[in-house]
Design a protein around this ligand. Structure first.
Ligand code: FAD
Length: 390
């Protein structure tokens, strides 16, 4: 639909993603959800197809696509009934390395990531005492000769046990007047850490209401070489913001994929299930919430493409648009989730139908990577010119 005006053949990309996803039906995701197991086979299949190298420039062996096209991949995974959380970070974390990494870092890592020999799946940022107030993180990186020494604790770092590389955010100078200054990004090669400093990182699984490979992580004097810094020392926050916009657009696309999936499943069920002598879908009480949710998804979808295009042409207004896309998409997918659950009646709660699994999964988009309140606050300040409230 909305991708018709894309310069790249997004339809072909959609078909290609769909073909990989078709090999992983509902039963696969339901079983892993029950076991709380990482979908390694699915991620390997996407990697083998080259889809996770979407945002790596062609000169480093990637597909060299923009966020618009990458968002189609994320949407399709969720639209097929799958869960992009297993791999989405590989796409948006890449931005920090591609845009701010040194040529040496890029040549060292990007070709191997593109070829599927290396995984860059984790961003280690959030801390319990800081929460959404990123500039208050307490993990520090101190200089010791030629090395940096990282100490601190992250309450959340997803896929830390499933990745080879991670980007860790730490304070390299105290929080001052300019609160966004003094944070730095470090590219950590976990293969080397596991071999040479096995006690420097403690990774503890955090069990959540859905199948999400997430962990709390303790850094205990982790020693990193000077060239592990990505971009400029002290400017990590600025480097992160770029990536956040890409992340918001990609996750908006995931929520949109969920939304369409809920509607498609609910419509199928409403057409084929008879009560009181006719299909339940003939009742306006069943139709209207589905029609409303569809319209909300459609509207969010248009803003998502508009945000993606702004991102891809480096438009200054991308922040407001990317946040708006995620807000609208997360609210729309939640409306679709509730409409689908109601349509299925009691069966909506039964795992065989997958509605309850996707219901749990899609709720996250209103909370992470950024809560909808913080998006409202961002729009109030940056679009409406109201005083900063956070
Ligand atoms: C499954 C999962 C995986 C995650 N993976 C990662 C990861 O890989 N890496 C990582 O770094 N982080 C990760 N996170 C953390 C995630 O990014 C945060 O949970 C998210 O940013 C929200 O922050 P918080 O939980 O600290 O909420 P808090 O900041 O503690 O907020 C709590 C509540 O207060 C509200 N609130 C706070 N401040 C304001 C304000 N000024 N105005 C109005 N309301 C306010 C919020 O809207 C929210 O409702 C993950 C989280 C989850 C749940």
């Amino acid at each position: 639909m909305s991708e018709n005006d894309s310069p790249l053949d997004a339809t072909a990309l959609r078909e290609r993603t769909r073909a990989v996803c078709a090999r992983f039906p509902d039963e696969y995701w339901t079983r892993l959800d029950e076991e709380r197991t990482y979908p390694a086979a699915f991620v390997d299949a996407l990697t083998a197809d080259g889809l996770l190298a979407a945002l790596i420039p062609a000169e480093y062996g990637g597909l060299g696509l923009g966020v618009r096209e990458a968002s189609v991949i994320m949407e399709e995974i969720n639209r097929s009934g799958g869960h992009s959380a297993a791999c989405h970070a590989q796409l948006y974390i890449m931005g920090a390395l591609v845009r701010h990494g040194s040529e040496t870092q890029k040549r060292r890592y990007l070709p191997d990531i593109a070829a599927g020999r290396l995984r860059l799946q984790s961003l280690s940022l959030t801390e319990a005492a800081a929460g959404s107030d990123t500039t208050r993180i307490e993990t520090v990186a101190e200089r010791d000769g030629d090395e940096w020494v990282v100490t601190g604790e992250k309450s959340w770092t997803s896929r830390m046990a499933e990745t080879d590389l991670a980007i860790v955010v730490a304070r390299t100078s105290p929080r001052g007047e300019a609160r966004t200054r003094g944070l730095s990004l470090f590219l950590v090669d976990l293969r080397e850490v596991r071999e040479r400093q096995p006690d420097a990182i403690v990774v503890t699984p955090v069990r959540t209401m859905f199948n999400y490979a997430t962990y709390s992580v303790r850094y205990r004097g982790l020693r990193l070489p000077a060239d592990a810094v990505v971009g400029t020392v002290g400017e990590g926050f600025r480097h992160l913001v770029d990536g956040w916009n890409a992340e918001r657009i990609l996750l908006a696309a995931e929520a949109i994929g969920d939304g369409y999936w809920f509607i498609e499943r609910a419509v199928e069920y409403a057409r084929s299930t008879e009560r009181f002598g006719r299909p339940i879908g003939a009742n306006q009480g069943v139709q209207f919430p589905l029609a409303e949710a569809w319209m909300r998804i459609r509207a969010a979808d248009l803003v998502r493409y508009s945000a993606a295009d702004r991102f891809d042409r480096d438009d200054a207004g991308v922040g407001v648009e990317a946040n708006t896309a995620l807000y609208l998409a997360s609210e729309a997918s939640w409306a679709a989730a509730n409409a689908a659950l109601d349509t299925h009646g009691g069966f909506g709660f039964v795992d065989r139908y997958s509605i309850e699994r996707k219901f749990r999964e899609t709720r996250l988009y209103q909370v992470a990577p950024v809560s909808t309140n913080l998006i409202r606050a961002h729009i109030a300040q940056h679009e409406l010119g109201l005083p900063r409230s956070y």
